[in-house]
Write a protein that binds this ligand. Sequence first.
Ligand code: COA
Length: 367
Amino acid sequence: MNEFRPGLEGVVAFQTEIAEPDREGGSLRYRGVDIEELVGRYPYEKVWGLLVDESFEPGMPDPEPFRPANLTGNAPSDLQSALAHLSADWELRKLVDIEPEDARDDLARLSAIAMSIVAQSARVADGKTDPVPDEDVEQGGIAAEKFLLRWRGEADPKHVQAIDTYWICTAEHGLNASTFTARIVASTGADAGAAMSAAVGALSGPLHGGAPARILPMLEGAEKLGDPAQYVKNLLDRGERLMGFGHRIYRGDDPRATLLKRTAKELGSSRYEVADAVEQAALAELKRRKPDRPLPTNVEFWSAVVLDTAEIPPDLTPAMFGCARVAGWSAHILEERKTGRLIRPSAQYVGPAPRPASEVGAAPVPS
Ligand code: COA
């Protein structure tokens, strides 16, 4: 195919057996299992197993003891740099040189440690310099509880439920930007730490994993104005995008948004009412302005509300997304490794015609 498609929209780059976002029908299945069947029945770490090993057992292991150096409290940066660093610290071998089981084990170690890094970074952001002792963290049950214990030294069961649900809903979603990045790096035969840390970089942007950080301010703005419809109109009139709406794949409802909205209600979120009002106003206004382009509520909108019930600060949401997405990245890195084919698409050159350097500027003075 030689036709140029901006943003690669609609381009099929891979075949995958991992997940199936259902564009029209509003469902999302991991290895064939609907996420509706997973939430509340299997904790995140077992869903990791489903995605990576196609088996709930053994699932993602507990993280090994690790104190990352030089934490800044900026969790995506801390996560990206610590994962890259671990490639060297753990002497990870190149994916191209190892057996599939060893690649899987490297990814399992990195996935587990990602949660520990983010929790420790969040603790630093809270101004605490004393790490929670590992023995205290080990008292916790599921991964979400241990994450909170490592961060705050305590874990409210409602917060655990919010994080576990959020992590399951966002564990994998086909060929999004960060997963594509992870696959590209894996296709070069690099090690698992390099592929994972590159994926974190891709995730940190507001059009991918960073949107929830901008959603709570939107809800607060609408509440302050006291008129959600006018608030969304003002944003759109200023040429801004409404964060949490629109999706490259879904033309119907994003099933994750539906599930997370229900969770926000169940958990008694104090933002539920205003979020519902902003959602209705946004959907109506977007429909009026873009009648031919469905722009449904996406996962990020209700994620922001659910994470808020667990008192997750908006700045931490991209890293929380990273903790969840380690499952999808791991599964895709393994799938990519199996293909053994370097990813190297083409670009259509539309730059200047051949010309002399003098046309660009004066010749440099020889030193
Ligand atoms: N608010 C307002 N307008 C939006 C919009 C939004 N959230 N999302 C898309 N649009 C408009 C665009 O301005 C564009 O209009 P135009 O054709 O007049 O230029 C049209 O809808 C198509 O947008 P496009 O950027 O081509 O869609 P996409 O499929 O490439 O983008 C997103 C998908 C998610 C990047 C996009 O919908 C977006 O920026 N959403 C807000 C950020 C967000 O929620 N990110 C989390 C994603 S899970």
